[in-house]
Design a protein around this ligand. Structure first.
Ligand SMILES: Cc1ncc(COP(=O)(O)O)c(C=O)c1O
Length: 358
């Protein structure tokens, strides 16, 4: 048996993969594969409409928000979001390496980026403080990374709720979109690469308050222009047809499972099993402050990098894949995205217990 703990691209729901396999040669009795059909066909129009509607249902996206299916990953959004929606100055909460990268990309666009607080000096083991006294009017928006994939810590909606209401927020939800509930109405813009909880790599989700599209500057390059892309129903150019098809199947699967609230409960239970084991262990530690811990990326270590690397290799031999931490920080990391199975958690805990026993 193989268990996949990759941080992304990552495990997808088995029933979805089986359906893809079943339909691959003949999509919807067309006699053609989904890999072959035109994005200008009625078949794809139906997929696109369904994907948007299902995402709206799952995230309770208000009617005055638009949805974008695009490409370029979270990394392109680091540039396209400031290009579209920042006019002179943005604020940043430096909660991890992806937040830092987003800030750098905005700076390259000529935008001033003020890092309001950072926990870099604490190796991001805890979240930075929220801005309560700085006037929101000073900034076009505050950039927040809801889940810090590398360091394993998250802003939950309850953390975001502590921010003064007047702050305009842009959220990078790349690694926990649809894994826990977020109140979309609280954000001006949300973006997320699909390759962790939604689909194969190649698709990026954007959600934006529609009124903001009127203020997109004219000089934004076409492929990064959210106003243009949304006005063309995410089909200004050829969209990633297969990814959107898979995303739609994943959305249907999540809805059938009870939606994000049910998924979140399950994710919390899975993460608690692993954190409980790690917290009681005499061999491993989970360094992130308990209330800031991610439910999707569980970071842990023996405290000895050589040992950690050896464990990741031994784990692979035992069928537990991709447990090595991000190459920039080392240590160990288990990613428990929505499609992760309870059996995988059981197998991982047993493996770590065996190691600890030795
Ligand atoms: C939180 C976060 N933001 C952005 C990115 C960059 O995404 P991409 O590789 O899709 O550009 C990642 C990738 O893992 C991520 O975890």
């Amino acid at each position: 048996m193989v268990y996949n703990f990759s941080a992304g691209p990552a495990v997808l729901p088995k029933p979805v993969l089986e359906r893809v396999q079943k339909e691959l040669l003949n999509f919807n009795d067309t006699g053609m594969s989904i890999l072959e059909i035109s994005h200008r066909s009625p078949e794809f129009d139906a997929i696109m409409a369904s994907a948007e509607q299902n995402l709206r249902t799952l995230m309770a996206i208000p009617d005055d928000y638009s949805v974008l299916f695009t490409q370029g990953g979270g990394s392109l959004a680091f540039s396209s979001v400031p290009m579209n929606f920042a006019h002179h100055k943005i604020a940043l909460l430096d909660s991890g390496q992806w937040a830092k990268k987003a800030g750098k990309a905005a700076q390259k666009m000529g935008i001033t980026v003020d890092t309001l607080s950072s926990t870099a000096s604490q190796q991001y083991h805890t979240l930075p403080n929220l801005p309560v006294k700085i006037p929101a009017d000073d900034y076009d928006y505050l950039h927040v990374t809801t889940n810090n994939t590398i360091e394993g810590l998250a802003f939950h909606q309850s953390d975001i709720d502590q921010l003064p209401k007047e702050w305009h927020l842009v959220a990078d939800m790349s690694s926990n979109i649809l894994a826990e509930p977020y109140d979309v109405s609280r954000y001006d813009v949300i973006f997320a690469g699909a390759q962790k909880n939604i689909a194969p790599a190649g698709l990026t989700i954007g959600i934006v308050k529609t009124a903001l599209l009127d203020r997109v500057p004219d000089n934004v390059p076409e492929m990064m222009d959210w106003q243009l892309q949304i006005s063309k129903n995410s089909m200004y150019n050829t969209p990633p047809v297969f990814d959107i098809y898979v995303a739609n199947l994943v959305f249907e699967h999540l809805i059938a499972q009870g939606g994000v609230t049910a998924i979140y409960k399950h994710n919390q239970e899975q993460a608690a099993r692993l954190y409980d084991y790690l917290d009681a262990s005499t061999c491993f530690t989970a360094p992130v402050t308990k209330k800031n811990r991610s439910f999707t990326n569980i970071v842990f270590t023996t405290g000895d990098e050589t040992k950690d690397q050896k464990i990741a290799v031994e784990a692979t031999h035992a069928g537990l894949y991709y447990l090595g931490g991000h190459r920039s920080v080392g240590g160990l990391r288990a990613s428990l995205y929505n499609a992760q199975t309870d059996d995988a958690i059981t197998a991982l805990i047993k493996f770590l217990q065996r190691y600890e026993g030795k």
